[in-house]
Design a protein around this ligand. Sequence first.
Ligand code: HDD
Length: 711
Amino acid sequence: MKKKTSTPQGAKEQDLAKCTTDGSDNVMTTDQGVKINNDADSLKAGERGASLLEDFILREKITHFDHERIPERIVHARGSAAHGYFELYEDLSNLSRAGIFTKVGVRTPVFVRFSTVAGSKGSADLARDIRGFAVKFYTEEGIFDLVGNNTPVFFIQDAMKFPDLIHSVKPEPDNEIPQAASAHDTFYDFVSLATETLHNHMWAMSDRAIPRSLRMMEGFGIHTFRLINDAGKSHFVRFHWKPALGVHSVTWDEALKINGADPDFHRRDLWDAIEQGIFPSWELGLQIIAEEDEHKFEFDLLDATKLIPEELVPVRLVGKMTLDRNPDNFFAETEQVAFHPGHIVPGIDFTNDPLLQGRLFSYTDTQLSRLGSPNFHEIPINRSVSPVHNNQRDAQMRTTINKGKVAYHPNTMGGGCPFLAKAAEGGFTSYEERIDGKKIRGRSESFSDHFSQPALLYRSLAKWEQEHVISAYSFELGKCLINAIKSRMLYLLDQIDHSLASRVAENIGLPIPKEVEGPINRNIGADADPNSQQPGKAKHYLESSAALSQDIKKPTPIEGRQVAALVDNGFDMDTFSAIEAALKAEGALVKIVSPSGGNITCNKGMKHKVDAPLSTTESVFYDAVFVPCGQSSVDSLQENGKALKFINEAVKHCKAIAFAGKALALRDRTAAKDFPSDKAIFSDADPKKFVDAIALHRNWEREPQTSHIAV
Ligand code: HDD
């Protein structure tokens, strides 16, 4: 596909360009600018003699190398990022005075980092996990960070529990096992004792936790924030990102295989798409709640474990974000970027959500140990494009050279500068929320319903999605070793949905207990009333919410989808070209997969470059497969075990598969023959039907009949 042109250089790109360098056409120097004559040998006393301490070139090189690593993020260590821009559809100044909500036609630069939560920096991309979705807006009024996830809720209600949550899910501390996996005792010990986790936990057991692509995930700001307009009026808001490509996932079997065969699968997918000009985009959605409606819901807006169903408050799409440029340097940009939910601009403000309030402390604090200095805002990727002037000074690695004698305010010696901005001139003022209350360490009664929303989520899922959730719980609990923990989880699942609990109980071979020892929820203070807790509080305020399901009814764009053409020498060019043209017209990428590498020849005698020999590729890397006609090609593939497995896996993973002409013989040697009337397995290789099936992502109706396929 032809590379699309990227956006004209934005303000942030110009800013980064000041620090961007490459060595082309330049002589090699030391860090002090001295030209280097020999970069291969250290300075020695004689040809075979000892190295000399005086060798400043060797010492500088090795010293720098020794200090190359910085601590990985305490959570969200593994991530990938891209540059792009955000554009507003319509002026929202009635809601907010922030430039990104008022300036139509302005392209605000963004840098977006996606991440997994639990795994280390080098862990595999397809871990079952929540995904981070952090957006840095370089606005004309300063940095605004929307540091969200790909699920609409969080595990806990109060930041006080964050270290406990993370300690429970990270590898167990005695043996550092398991890596990037929640399927272990400490996590379920915690989850089963803190029922507030159950809602986001069910999201983590759903297919959302194994996305097909970072380009195919929703994003959520999760907390309720405030939008403040010029008149100082506040509206509550929840932020959503809706992907243009729809929300899609892989199966658990694929995830396991991808992790082994290409641990960088998501990172590569994002990088390759952008390199090829297939720019992912998301629409920004707002759920707006009037100040006076704060208490009209059956849950508390300040509770980050609750979503606001779109049926109750629709999502208004107000703008679009497009990612169109890969970073130049992973460390300088993706690794050093520092997000912070406390980076807000005039027109946006916080609420009293106790999870958000705690986050406001944590993020600067963590950068101090990760990036090493309060000057992390000077690192190019973190630098605001609006001017920065204040009386903060010094500290490690300071790069700004502040002139003059004055580093205090008020002053006369500096002419009173830097001076303060009136609110009307863009000075930040906090929303004057009235607060009246006792100082208490406790939790609001309005946070105590932990069961209604996981039940709503489960009810909202399609049958096939529910099956995936059942399998996920069965896998995760099956991996736990302590029966008491598994039983407690079964007891809790039973409060959410009896059929779910029964199926999981059957799969893991334990009964659902009638009761559990001790209070159900132990995530409370020592003097709190254990009986004030769950599950009696569950409410049924909505039967189901369509937005929670990934069961798409309408086709989604197939831009950037990977489709394998399984061929060998002698394949039929006509049937190949017909499908290839139809796929390319929709922006899908066709890869020639063949038993051997190099080139193969079609029946018209033309040579074609093999994109991936079967020895280096896997069925799980592709969204669909087609096998063109051609006797010798099909004869060869029929004798190739990897080719047969390739198709069998595509059948098992419910993908679109097309066979043309003679390729039917190949179909009959694989599990595809068992599905003669399948909606997404085609024997006539009709290009349009094939494309339409890919646009529906998978034919999940096939799945219940695939358990016999051994791959
Ligand atoms: Fe957090 C990183 C998202 C609660 C403490 N968090 C981090 C990142 C994302 C989130 C996407 C990675 C940013 C990046 O790519 O660099 N975190 C969330 C969401 C939360 C949440 C959506 C709840 C709604 N986090 C949360 C709490 C605390 C933290 C309650 C602590 C009290 N989070 C951190 C951190 C991290 C972080 C330790 C690690 C690296 C970093 O901040 O820069 O401070």
